[in-house]
Design a protein around this ligand. Structure first.
Ligand code: C5P
Ligand code: MG
Length: 202
């Protein structure tokens, strides 16, 4: 099963993608996580996108499409994948349609998560994760059961994203409303037409 998670930053796309991955085996492909890994590794791509991510802007369609198309072609995606954070723009949705056709697969469903902007700012500025296992927490809604100890793996190594401050979150929300939200209508109107054309996809 191939899915797209759509929704504003902080809506819970990654959280739900992880649950779906555990239950159905489709692999989570988080473009945000991939970009952060590039930044952490100090790669050329990482150096190029670091400032942009920290200010809440969007990386160019070309770079993102190149990064995700290589990933979708890998073997572990053959049993299904969950796109988390991509497509972010209409040109990226167009490019996705093309790359899926090339890989002879298609999207089965698009899941949209909606939330109020002020609630999202509140959620994002208070969220943190276990740096060792990735478990998600929140200062207000979901603190670890034992202070400073991860419920899942026992680590005391927690981290917060640099771009999870109010100013950057407002910029990210603006980018969402202007560039990403129109994708909902795009799929509502267009459907996943490659699937209808071919019928028998993996
Ligand atoms: O998806 P996530 O919120 O983790 O993305 C974090 C940041 O990575 C975004 O705010 C944006 O700067 C960058 N990004 C992007 N294009 C994508 C995915 C993420 O520019 N398709
Ligand atoms: Mg995410």
């Amino acid at each position: 099963m191939n899915l797209i998670m759509l929704g504003p930053p902080g809506a819970g796309k990654g959280t739900q993608a992880k649950r779906i991955e555990e239950k159905f085996g489709s692999v989570q492909l988080s473009t945000g996580d991939m970009l952060r890994a590039e930044v952490a590794s100090g790669s050329e791509l990482g150096k190029m996108v670091e400032g942009l991510i920290n200010s809440g802007g969007l990386v160019s369609d070309d770079l993102i499409v190149k990064m995700i198309s290589g990933r979708i072609a890998q073997d572990d995606c053959k049993n299904g994948f969950i796109l988390d954070g991509f497509p972010r723009t209409i040109p990226q949705a167009d490019a996705l349609g093309e790359m899926l056709a090339e890989n002879n697969c298609a999207i089965d469903h698009c899941i949209v998560i909606e939330a109020d902007d002020d609630d999202l700012v509140d959620r994002i500025t208070k969220r943190f994760t276990c740096a060792d296992c990735g478990a998600g927490y929140n200062d207000k809604f979901q603190r670890p059961k034992v202070e400073n100890v991860c419920d899942k793996c026992g680590s005391s190594n927690f981290s917060r994203r640099k771009d999870d401050n109010e100013e950057t979150v407002r910029t990210r929300l603006e980018a969402y409303h202007e560039q990403t939200k129109p994708i909902i209508a795009y799929y509502a109107e267009k459907g996943f037409e490659k699937r209808a054309q071919r019928g028998n996809h993996r």
